[in-house]
Design a protein around this ligand. Structure first.
Ligand code: NAD
Length: 294
């Protein structure tokens, strides 16, 4: 049985680790949060007392952390960097959404140490993580991609090879910039309809069957009560935090600047999420941005 060390058991990492257990892997799991550890234990993960304990002797190490600084600290600059702990030949899959440049530089350091480090950010939200239907967007060599695929298939449905190291993060930044624009546009349209007397359920169904159809309308409606089991119907708890979407829009804007790509819509979306965050909504799910309109 392959052993997987899993670090970061939050909204996404928790259900991803649980799916690896279901697929038959021995998962040694670690998070800074005691609640997250208790949930992992309930999902039959072996709870580790530190990241290095989870990573020791693991064939595969997976991280699902908030941002680049956490990933860099975990593997390279922290007190016990996992690059000092990982066994030779171990495959490290970082599923967090981080800077493409950072993913590239960490993988270059890994190569010097005889370790494989690849970027594999995900799309599909908490629902996709729970259902095991995530999309993985991988930046890796061909050989590393083939090595990672069976593990990723235990947590996801679509496993894409975007290109070499860092390419997964570039594709992910493009996707999330588009997601922010689509969510903001969906909120804008629904709010206008409701202010003009329409029932949001009826309007959502109309747009879903028409040319305005998009992912937010299909599986992540931002208006409370339109859909069951989405963050908007749970007071915007769980899901994908405004703070994380704001971080991702920052990553997209860095790419836009470094490549001189025009992103006026992405820039407007970043302004909108920044305003929403500045009102104290950073910990809410990102679909709560509809509150800015009402
Ligand atoms: P989260 O805040 O729910 O989870 C992050 C977890 O990491 C927390 O439990 C935290 O305690 C833990 N953590 C932080 N530093 C740690 C450390 N040094 N050691 C161990 N644990 C540590 O975030 P999330 O929503 O699960 O997102 C994780 C990543 O996935 C982010 O990069 C995010 O951008 C990306 N992502 C999230 C979604 C989503 O819908 N939530 C979708 C796609 C991608």
């Amino acid at each position: 049985m392959q052993t997987i060390g899993f670090i970061g058991l939050g909204n996404m990492g928790g259900p991803m680790a649980a799916n690896l257990v279901r697929a038959g892997y021995l998962v040694k799991a670690f998070d800074l949060s005691a609640d997250a550890l208790a949930q992992a234990e309930a999902a039959s993960c072996v709870v580790a007392m530190s990241a290095s304990e989870a990573a020791q002797d693991a064939d595969v190490i997976i991280s699902m952390l908030p941002a680049g600084k956490h990933v860099n600290s975990l593997y390279v600059t922290g007190q016990t960097p996992l690059f000092d702990v990982a066994k030779k030949g171990a495959l490290i899959i970082d599923c967090s959404t981080i800077e493409a440049d950072m993913a590239r530089s960490i993988s270059a350091l890994a190569i010097e140490r005889g370790i494989d480090f690849i970027d594999a950010p995900v799309s599909g939200g908490v629902g996709g993580a729970q259902a095991g239907t995530l999309s993985f967007i991988v930046g890796a060599s061909e050989a590393q991609f083939e090595k990672a695929k069976p593990v990723l298939e235990s947590m996801g449905k679509n496993i894409f090879h975007a290109g070499e190291h860092g390419a997964g993060q570039i594709a992910k930044a493009c996707n999330n910039m588009l997601l922010a624009i689509l969510m903001a546009g969906t909120c804008e349209a629904l709010n206008m309809g409701m202010k003009n007397g329409l029932d949001p359920k009826v309007l959502s169904e109309i747009m879903k069957q028409s040319s305005g159809n998009n992912w937010a309308l299909q599986v992540y409606n931002p208006v409370p009560g339109v859909m069951d089991n989405v963050p908007s119907s749970n007071d915007y708890q769980g899901g994908f935090q405004v703070d994380l979407m704001f971080k991702d829009l920052g990553l997209a804007m860095e790419l836009s600047q470094s490549s001189a790509s025009a992103t006026p819509m992405g820039s407007a979306a970043k302004g909108l999420f920044n305003l929403h965050k500045s009102h104290g909504n950073g910990a809410l799910d990102f679909s709560s941005v509809i509150r800015l309109y009402s």
